[in-house]
Design a protein around this ligand. Structure first.
Ligand SMILES: [Zn+2]
Ligand SMILES: [Zn+2]
Length: 146
C-alpha cells in the first residue's frame, strides 16, 4: 500500500511540530515532491518541480524547507565530496552510487541490519555506529555499455 497524500501530510505536520517548525504549504509541496521523486534531486531540481504547484516560491524558501524536512528526519541530504548536495525522500535504508559519466544517483539496497559496516568498527574503539554515509562512484549500466 502506498502512502496517500493525506497520510504524508499528517506525517509532515507531526514531524515539523515535534521540532518546533511551522507547517507551511511550501514545506508540504517540497515534501511531496521529494516523497514521489526517486531521482535524488538537487535543491534547484526541487525548486523547478514545486514552482509549478506553488507559484512564487523562491529558491531560498526551497532551501529552508529542505533543511527543515531533513532536520525532522523525513528526508536525507546527500553531500558529495565536490560540495554538491542532492536530496532523497526515500525512507528505506540504502546506499548510493554516483555515476561519474552522467551524474545520476543509483540506489543500492542492502539490509543495514545485517551489519556489514557496523561490524567493521568493533569493540576496542568503543564507538557505537548509529548512521553512516558512503559515496560509491563509478559508471552506471548505460555509461558502462557506451
Ligand atoms: Zn551514467
Ligand atoms: Zn536514494
Amino acid at each position: 500500500m502506498t502512502t496517500s497524500q493525506q497520510d504524508r501530510d499528517q506525517i509532515l505536520r507531526d514531524a515539523l511540530a515535534s521540532r518546533g517548525h511551522r507547517y507551511t504549504e511550501q514545506r508540504a509541496a517540497v515534501f511531496h515532491f521529494l516523497a514521489v521523486s526517486r531521482s535524488h534531486p538537487t535543491a534547484e531540481d526541487v525548486f523547478v518541480g514545486v514552482r509549478e504547484d506553488v507559484p512564487g516560491i523562491s529558491l531560498a524558501t526551497v532551501y529552508k524547507s529542505l533543511e527543515a524536512i531533513v532536520g525532522c528526519g523525513l528526508a536525507h541530504k546527500l553531500s558529495f565530496g565536490d560540495g554538491s548536495a542532492r536530496y532523497d525522500g526515500n525512507p528505506d535504508p540504502h546506499y548510493h552510487a554516483r555515476c561519474v559519466g552522467c551524474d545520476q544517483i543509483v540506489d543500492i539496497h542492502v539490509d543495514p541490519r545485517r551489519g556489514a559496516l557496523e561490524s567493521m568498527v568493533p569493540g576496542p574503539t568503543g564507538f557505537r555506529v548509529t548512521d553512516y554515509h558512503i559515496e560509491l562512484t563509478g559508471y552506471c549500466a548505460d555509461c558502462s555499455s557506451g
